[in-house]
Design a protein around this ligand. Structure first.
Ligand code: ZN
Length: 131
């Protein structure tokens, strides 16, 4: 039995997005799993601007969180999956896990009136899973 079969959903899902404060070039970081906490607040480390997310955005982030938890539960299955891409001269097989953990996922969501790119960083729960 491997660690991925336990119910320990200790996912590390960091989100960051560029601060939209006036002239601020800071980055706002938070843990996606914290989004369900009542006292949740995303604060820019540079200008200390705090962000209140509207219900629609929180709903999207919660569903993203559910997705990550589902992926976490399926880690041992996904560890065996590959995405096959046809290229000139053959076929490239990319382990699915690589897509999930090595590439940055960017989700563009509306923050107030602005489209903001949220960067999502997900780590496998066990470093042994995706080798
Ligand atoms: Zn800022």
């Amino acid at each position: 039995m491997t660690a991925s079969t336990t119910n320990n959903i200790d996912a590390k899902a960091q989100i960051d997005f560029p601060c939209i404060g006036d002239g601020c070039e800071g980055v706002v970081h938070f843990n996606l799993l914290d989004i369900t906490r009542k006292d949740f607040q995303a604060v820019c480390a540079t200008c200390h601007n705090s962000y209140e997310f509207d219900n629609e955005l929180i709903d999207k982030l919660k569903r993203m969180c559910d997705l990550i938890i589902s992926i976490r539960k399926a880690e041992d299955i996904l560890g065996n999956c590959k995405v096959s891409v046809n290229v000139a001269g053959g076929e490239v097989k990319i382990p699915y896990a690589l897509l999930l953990t090595r590439l940055n996922t960017i989700i563009t969501l509306k923050l107030g009136e602005k489209d903001v790119d949220f960067h999502l960083w997900v780590e496998p729960s066990s470093p042994e899973t995706f080798r």
